[in-house]
Design a protein. Sequence first.
Length: 259
Amino acid sequence: MANVTTPIKAEARDLNFFYSNGARALKGISMPLYENKITALIGPSGCGKSTFLRCFNRMHDLYPGNKYQGQIVMHPDNTNVLDAGVDPIEVRMRISMVFQKPNPFPKSIYENVAYGLRVRGENNKRIMDDKVEEALKGAALWNEVKDRLHDLAFNLSGGQQQRLCIARALATDPEIMLFDEPTSALDPIATANIEELMVELRSKLTILVVTHNMQQAARVSDYTAYMYLGELIEYNDTDKIFTTPSRKETEDYITGKFG
Ligand SMILES: Nc1ncnc2c1ncn2[C@@H]1O[C@H](COP(=O)(O)OP(=O)(O)OP(=O)(O)O)[C@@H](O)[C@H]1O
């Protein structure tokens, strides 16, 4: 089981989620995210992985009628990010997200990365330049784009665009990064680059990743959660989940007998 000396960065406590049509997509999920670790969410299509991930940065607030119940508590400050009194924009600075398909804004490479800083009110050019460079370096993209920072982001390859989205997410110094199937639109080389990058980023922040790819979960994550029909069926060290899962449902899924 998880190493008790590793601090917890955030934890879901008895989390339920209801879409505006009344569908209950999450059922009483309690789970930690250990600091500077990668946690993978696996499970068959429709089990609630993306729904769970999106609770962490209040993405569901964008659609009226969606309802959270329970808590997602961040440490060490004990902020419940789902509390109505907590500003979702501030939450998204602390917990940023990288989507399945690279989704740069129709702006320059520089402006994509600077975006969150501008939202935050930063307008000092030197500070901005330094932050943009640092984020692009953090996303292993700087060397490829440093001479064309003012080109349109759409001119980059798919893998570069995804690293740009990671740089954009990094620029506001998030404590947690959420990745929703970040490599499913990428070729094997770009996929390997993103996986390597996630492992590097782990030393700076905490990562939660949804993946359909068992090998990817096994390669990059420290902890794995198996979900089914909105419930958390099993959570443990990734090695344990992939070698000796305690639940038959988990074993059936990871061995391809189901799902
Ligand atoms: N906007 C929505 N309104 C109502 N129900 C939704 C909505 N989005 C998702 N659902 C339902 O919530 C459940 C969980 O969906 P979710 O997208 O979280 O699953 P998932 O495990 O991420 O699936 P996949 O692996 O296919 O992306 C599903 O039953 C889905 O049909």
